[in-house]
Design a protein around this ligand. Structure first.
Ligand SMILES: Nc1ncnc2c1ncn2[C@@H]1O[C@H](COP(=O)(O)OP(=O)(O)OP(=O)(O)O)[C@@H](O)[C@H]1O
Length: 365
């Protein structure tokens, strides 16, 4: 097969590309320049595409004896990932930019260009597996549960999965990937894992958002609407947050208060007791299936609402208008904008973006 290996300059994509070469594929390496912001390009930035990262990817390609290119996708990345992140926060929602990047950049813009150029698949260092199932290709969790990235890949559809290659998904642990890299003479064998949001170089998401969204003082209210304080910018708050709520007046029950909701239109932050974070139902209109669509409109599954949260057994209800999920036990601190990924066992069924949540605790409880 002709494979385009997406190389970040990190150890995972280096080993993934090496395995693709070893499997006898015709491999070309490509590093994506995703950001033009000065801070993210500098040495020591926590981002995913500094000048050093591009150089590391080139060195690995040289070692493997494969052609290597740098493609500038920064405009698409700005429009589809960074601007989406900002507008979602402005709308009081909590987006996942890694998921959006997989949906719009790595397995859309990059994959489309790869196919146009005659490649059969894009290879990445993601930890997830592809299984040939009865009804076509299926996306499954990785063998290493600590590294499993199936959640952020839940946005891929059947067509995208058909042109995707994840050589690391069945490796039992990341330590083995690093050991293999060292054995192969790959210089980035011990390079630290990337973390946080790649386009926010110092990891200070709140400071970054304050600059982009603009901070405006607003009211903090309880669930009855009574004003109990002020805040200095609603973007700084997400559902479930406790810190940074300088309320001054203690709650009548003396218990700490948590953010329950962010209302961007009125620039209001709604707070309440921890119990009120329990969510009995979630639903959303934007959904997709990772492979064949479920055969029934109502089925038992597990729902996961963050990249590394525990999946919770649930019942799902699907209509043309969207997906509604009722978990067996309430979910904790769900924010609109998050993605709910549905699993059956290790298999990813699909996902939806959460628009609405229903509290398990009535307002006057
Ligand atoms: N700037 C980039 N250019 C090309 N491919 C990239 C880039 N960033 C990420 N990728 C691809 O997406 C995969 C998953 O990205 P993620 O940010 O989760 O990296 P990671 O798990 O730290 O992997 P790595 O060790 O390869 O950096 C990478 O393994 C790589 O194949």
């Amino acid at each position: 097969m002709r494979i385009l290996a997406a190389m970040s300059g990190g150890v995972d994509s280096a080993v993934a590309a090496a395995r693709a070469v070893e499997a006898g594929h015709d491999v070309v390496g490509v590093h994506l320049a995703l950001s033009r912001a000065g801070g993210t390009l500098r040495t020591g930035s926590r981002g995913c595409c500094t000048i050093e990262d591009a150089l590391d990817a080139r060195r690995v390609s040289d070692l493997l004896g494969i052609p290597f290119y740098v493609w500038d996708f920064s405009e698409r990345f700005r429009d589809d990932v960074i601007d989406d992140f900002i507008s979602e926060y402005k709308a009081g929602r909590t987006p996942n930019p890694c998921l959006r990047c997989n949906e719009k950049i790595k397995f859309a813009a990059l994959l489309e260009r790869a196919i146009e150029l005659g490649f059969d698949a894009v290879c990445t260092g993601h930890y997830a597996t592809l299984v040939d199932g009865e009804n076509g290709l299926e996306l499954h969790r990785a063998s290493d549960s600590a590294k499993d990235q199936s959640y952020v890949l839940g946005v891929l559809n059947a067509q995208q999965l058909a042109h995707t290659y994840f050589p690391l998904g069945s490796t039992p642990s990341k330590a083995l990937v690093r050991a293999e890299a060292a054995e192969r003479g790959i210089t980035v064998a011990q390079k630290p894992d990337s973390h946080d949001i790649c386009f926010i170089p110092d990891g200070d998401t709140r400071g970054w958002l304050a600059e982009k969204v603009g901070a405006e003082t607003g009211e903090v209210v309880d669930r009855t609407g009574a004003v109990i304080g002020t805040h200095e910018g609603a973007h700084a708050f997400t559902v479930g947050q406790r810190r940074g709520l300088h309320l001054g007046v203690p709650a009548p029950d003396g218990k700490p208060r948590f953010v329950l909701e962010v209302r961007p239109v009125t620039n209001t932050v709604v707070v309440g007791p921890k119990e009120a974070l329990a969510i009995a139902e979630i639903s959303g209109e934007r959904f997709s299936w990772a492979g064949a669509a479920p055969s029934a409109s109502e089925f038992a599954c597990e729902v996961q609402i963050r990249a590394h949260s525990e999946p919770v057994p649930a019942q799902a209800f699907v209509t043309e208008a969207g997906v509604r999920v009722v978990p067996d036990v309430p979910l904790d601190g769900v924010a609109p904008g998050q993605s709910a990924v549905l699993y059956i066992g290790t298999r990813v069924l699909g996902q939806f973006t959460i628009d609405t949540t229903v509290s398990a605790v009535p307002v006057d409880a």
